[in-house]
Design a protein around this ligand. Structure first.
Ligand SMILES: C[S@@+](CC[C@H](N)C(=O)[O-])C[C@H]1O[C@@H](n2cnc3c(N)ncnc32)[C@H](O)[C@@H]1O
Length: 507
């Protein structure tokens, strides 16, 4: 009896065993860029070449494109900001996806340990033979280039490289404009710096003002707005020490550990607003245009339950994408108002270089779409600076009496495909690795955009009503820096010659 029972029991147990886990099938022929899914989508006949392609690369979903898109909820980078795990099973706008990858408090690129290169002591240019010698000196004071260095990210900025001369040039600019713009002597000199780095710029500026204009120095306030917790913490400790060691008063400084995009206080007093090398990490949205109608569609990243990425395009534009397209079209850089002669020239250029997607040769776009079935009759992607539009709006409404001093890259090499596409890179064993899409594991990659300064000038003018000025890095420094102090023995000047891909926008 007992044996029979045991036998029955054994049999029963077997039948209740769970089925073996279903293995996730990853389709490695599909990169996040393989398909651009248009929603709503319509079934259309495929030509033989497209049919062959479709067989070769599996369609990744079980449901229709429309159903898949509708079954995922949308989240923003702000909602995701404090969450510890990367989002799954959701849709995000491209700008939110990029912002989350860079700025999430736990896994974002800026939450990691960051070091900004700082030479032990300023270079003595009169002892440096020429530009090659300068680079050699720089390399020697650059121990962190060691691949085993604990820090994954090391930034080197003109502020640090040309310390104190670069900072002093900004101080000269500020002092002169403070005296000319009517604030002096009625208002204090108030300086805001977004992204204060090691505090070198702050010390250079305050030191210069103290030496040249002690009375103005007594009435100077310096405020730093810093998004990175890690940097803000480091700054809070080290800035006080640094200010004291340089004989500067620590009570001049106030640090706000927040993103400029969360700034809600209105600063009515006149102030200078410094933004150096910050625009490059401002997230962008992605637009593709319908190849037949020219209608703009906005990119959304679909992150499936396994954390894989797909790109969908919808005619529902975000508030800032709409604003950007309207501002572009109502200014001198309008694409749609472009003369037919200019459009023809751009069409021709598109055969050998990247032009705006609406200027791409229609024959080439049709040909590309007839061979590749994954583009849903959409043009090449355009990356649009929606966060820059938001930033200029913050300047207008929260800092109505500001003067802007900003500098950033107007060109970056090795960008991903698309108009105004970013550089997406990481450091692996000391080597810089560039990849071909921004849809990569969040937090491991820097995503940097070059700034189109002509467009930035146009946006700034229309949004704030102020007239800004563009100068190249060299033009600005030739005017405001002590050029003799940074000349090498051979007469070469690394401060003017380096950063040829950077420009200033000032107002
Ligand atoms: C490349 S570093 C430049 C540092 C410094 N301005 C310099 O030139 O040496 C960029 C800095 O901007 C900060 N940052 C980036 N986005 C920001 C935002 N939305 N609000 C405030 N700070 C931001 C970063 O944390 C970082 O400190």
């Amino acid at each position: 009896m007992l044996t029979i029972r045991r036998h029955l029991f054994r049999g029963k147990l077997k039948s209740v065993l769970p089925p073996p886990p279903k293995k996730t099938h990853y389709e490695y022929s599909i990169s996040p860029n393989t398909y651009s899914f248009k929603v709503p989508s319509y079934k259309r006949p495929l030509n033989p070449i497209q049919l062959i392609y479709q067989q070769a690369v599996n369609f990744p979903f079980e449901k229709s494109v429309n159903d898949v898109y509708r079954s995922y909820p949308t989240i923003t980078s702000a909602q995701q900001r404090n969450r510890k795990t990367r989002p799954k099973g959701v849709l995000m706008s491209s700008a939110d996806f990029i912002e989350d990858s860079l700025y999430n408090k736990h896994y974002g690129y800026f939450s990691k340990e960051v070091e900004i290169f700082q030479p032990d002591k300023p270079f003595k240019y009169s002892d440096v033979a020429d530009v090659d010698d300068f680079v050699e000196n720089w390399r020697q004071s650059y121990p962190k280039a060691d691949p085993k260095s604990k820090s994954l990210q090391l930034w080197h900025t003109p502020t640090e490289l040309f310390n104190p001369h670069y900072g002093e040039s900004l101080a000269r600019y500020i002092l002169l404009n403070y005296k000319l713009n009517g604030s002096y002597p009625y208002e204090d000199l108030v300086i805001y710096e977004m992204g204060g780095g090691n505090g070198t710029l702050m010390c250079n500026i305050l030191n210069y003002i103290k030496q040249q204009e002690p009375e103005i120095y007594d009435r100077t306030q310096y405020k730093i707005i810093e998004i990175s917790n890690q940097l803000a913490e480091k700054q809070a400790k080290s800035y006080q020490k640094r200010l004291q060691s340089e004989g500067l008063s620590a009570d001049k400084l106030e640090i706000f550990n927040k993103s400029i995009f969360d700034w809600d206080k209105v600063v009515d007093e006149p102030c200078f607003f410094i933004a150096l090398e910050v625009f490059d990490n401002f997230a962008h949205d992605v637009i593709k245009y319908d190849m037949h109608s020219g209608e703009p569609l906005e990119g959304k990243v679909l992150i499936d339950k396994q954390g894989d990425f797909y790109q969908f395009f919808t005619p529902e534009l975000s508030e800032y994408s709409k604003a950007y397209l309207q501002l572009r079209e109502s200014g001198k850089l309008s694409i749609l108002q472009s003369s037919s002669f200019n459009a023809k020239v751009e069409n021709l250029k598109s055969l050998f270089k990247q032009v705006h997607p609406l200027f791409e040769s229609p024959t080439m776009v049709k040909l590309k779409n007839s061979v590749l079935p994954f583009n849903d009759d959409l043009t090449t992607a355009e990356y649009i600076p929606t966060r820059l539009v938001k930033f200029f709006n913050i300047l207008k409404h929260r800092f109505p009496n500001h003067s802007l001093i900003s500098s950033d890259f107007h060109y970056l090499p090795n960008t991903i495909a698309g108009y105004n596409g970013p550089v997406v890179q990481t450091i692996l064993n000391g080597d810089t690795i560039d990849v071909r899409t921004y849809m990569v594991q969040q937090g491991y990659f820097d995503i940097m955009f070059a700034t189109d300064f002509e467009m930035a000038e146009e946006l700034y003018k229309q949004i704030t009503g102020k007239i800004p000025k563009i100068s190249t890095h060299r033009e600005f420094l030739e005017k405001w820096a002590d050029v003799n102090a940074t000349s090498t023995k051979s007469g070469e000047n690394p401060m003017l010659d380096f950063y040829r891909n950077a420009s200033f926008l000032t107002s």
